[in-house]
Design a protein around this ligand. Structure first.
Ligand code: IMP
Ligand code: MG
Length: 180
């Protein structure tokens, strides 16, 4: 079993890249069908979602799609702080547009709920939420989720864009923490 150490924590291989890729391919295929005839604006929530966003956006090949980025931070170490800091804001005119939010992982749901609120205030025609990963047991609030790649247990993970104290984003596979 592949293992990595980041700072004080040890992680083991959890979701290999091949599995991630095939899940993203399925999500993109569904979106290409569901959004036919529309011109969606994909909105990637930085930092964690950059790999997922790249992987999915290049497969949205049959649509007249655009992509933009916002930067939020809520995690500190291995716990969500519950407080969202906005580091890069939303400058696009969203009036009458279809917006598809791309999130790496939904944990408490606070980030997605906060993002939906901000987008809603800009009068889009429609909002869809896509997340690569979901920790159903960690949800603290009910959130709208339209596309969910993989449901996982309530363990801390890194890789494929997700970090532990800013490290581990460059791992191609997803690893989970080994509880000691
Ligand atoms: P939420 O606001 O609690 O739903 O947390 C969402 C954000 O926290 C995600 O966008 C991630 O960036 C980060 N996050 C949640 N769980 C993990 C994890 O297991 N590893 C790394 N980052 C995580
Ligand atoms: Mg994120």
């Amino acid at each position: 079993m592949k293992k990595v150490t980041i700072n004080d924590l040890e992680f083991e291989l959890f979701i290999p890249y091949e599995k991630i890729r095939s899940i993203v391919e399925e999500m993109a295929e569904r979106m290409n069908k569901d959004f036919e005839g529309k011109s969606p604006l994909f909105l990637c929530i930085l930092n964690g979602s950059f790999m997922f966003a790249t992987e999915i956006f290049k497969r949205i090949s049959s649509l007249d799609a655009e992509i933009s980025f916002i930067k939020l931070a809520s995690y500190s170490g291995t716990k969500t702080s519950g407080e969202i800091k906005q580091l890069i804001g939303l400058n696009e005119d969203l009036t009458g547009r279809m917006v598809v939010v791309l999130e790496d992982i939904v944990d408490s749901g606070i980030t997605v709920a906060n993002t939906i609120e901000q987008i809603q205030a800009k009068n889009p025609s429609e909002i869809k939420i896509a997340t690569l990963l979901l920790k159903p047991d960690a949800l603290k609030i009910k959130v709208q989720l339209d596309y969910v790649g993989i449901e996982i247990p309530n363990d801390f993970i890194v890789g494929y864009g997700l970090d532990y104290d800013r490290k581990g984003r460059n791992l191609i596979d997803i690893y989970k923490v080994i509880e000691k």
